[in-house]
Design a protein around this ligand. Structure first.
Ligand SMILES: NC(=O)c1ccc[n+]([C@@H]2O[C@H](COP(=O)([O-])OP(=O)(O)OC[C@H]3O[C@@H](n4cnc5c(N)ncnc54)[C@H](OP(=O)(O)O)[C@@H]3O)[C@@H](O)[C@H]2O)c1
Length: 271
């Protein structure tokens, strides 16, 4: 004889309440550098749609305004601040102006990045300095500006966007790969410092993503197909592929995840 012991039905709204408790960003404020293009734009949209008030930062105003217009048309709370993250003064100015909009951020996403790719023999000090300034020093300075406040308030999320080139050389990694490797180390140092106070610090690691950053490669169909074949999923990344991981890392759900590099690369790194 078999017996059946199943509950008769689900309480309406139970899953929505549960998911909201884990992942909702209602009431949170977020600052997303590089939020006007590519991966950063995808992440800014995800955080805003999950409930955060989002300030995006980059240099070009038309792209910033277009991104914010799209988000506000969708009912999100978003604003932009234009500034240059390649100088220390630029970073400091941007940080203060961004914090004025919705208050001190609960979530900091460092996504602005450049990849200049000269051959190693021609990699001069100017390329080295600019790469380190935008890709590494700006995240460090923004972390220093906002991390201690997050720790004092007992909640914070710092998310850096690194690269598979933090782990391997790939098409003239040059200074770029060095900056991304150091950024992963920065995340671990920040995690060590601030995790005891509720501030988790992690990195998202893209593989090859079709964005304006790599127009040269992504406009060559043969190279695009060859790179897609190196993934396990069978296609290259899209900006929207980062939405779920970014919301997870920004939310309460990831409170016990810190100092980690999370690969969002379709299996590229393990194939
Ligand atoms: N696409 C890929 O395959 C790939 C792979 C691995 C890692 N990543 C990383 O993912 C991040 C986003 O890349 P993406 O492909 O989305 O690039 P993208 O489309 O070129 O976007 C880069 C963003 O950074 C901003 N930015 C660049 N320099 C800046 C500066 N000096 N000051 C302020 N903002 C600046 C850009 O805006 P403005 O130009 O208007 O300033 C733009 O919003 C980068 O950190 C990149 O290294 C990308």
């Amino acid at each position: 004889m078999t017996s059946l012991n199943a509950s008769s039905g689900r309480v309406p709204g139970l899953s929505a309440a549960y998911l909201s408790e884990l992942f909702s960003l209602d009431g949170r404020t977020a600052l997303v550098t590089g939020g006007s293009s590519g991966i950063g734009r995808g992440i800014a949209g995800a955080l805003a749609r999950a409930g955060a008030s989002v300030v995006i930062v980059a240099r070009r105003e038309p792209e910033l305004a277009a991104t914010v217009d799209e988000l506000t048309a969708d009912g999100c709370r978003a604003a932009w601040v234009s500034g240059d993250l390649s100088t220390r003064d630029g970073v400091r100015t941007v940080a203060e102006r961004a914090a004025e909009v919705y208050g001190e951020p609960d979530v900091l996403v460092n996504c602005a990045g450049i990849n200049l790719r000269p051959p190693m023999d021609e990699l001069d000090e100017a390329v080295w300095d600019t790469t380190m300034s935008v890709n590494l020093e700006a995240p460090y300075l923004l972390g220093r500006r906002f991390g201690p406040g997050m720790a004092e308030r007992g909640f914070g999320r710092i998310i850096h966007i690194t690269s598979q080139q933090a782990h391997r050389a790939f098409v003239r990694s040059g200074a770029y790969g060095v900056s991304k490797g150091a950024l992963e180390s920065l995340a671990r140092s920040q995690a060590e410092a601030w995790s005891p106070h509720g501030v988790t610090c992690n990195t998202l690691v893209p593989g090859f993503v079709m964005t304006p950053l790599n127009t040269r490669l992504s406009s060559d169909p043969e190279k695009v197909a060859a790179l897609a074949a190196r993934t396990m999923i069978g296609r290259n990344g899209l900006a929207e592929d980062f939405a779920g991981a970014a919301v997870f890392l920004a939310s309460r759900a990831s409170g016990y995840v810190t100092g980690q590099a999370i690969f969002v690369d379709g299996g590229f790194s393990v194939h």
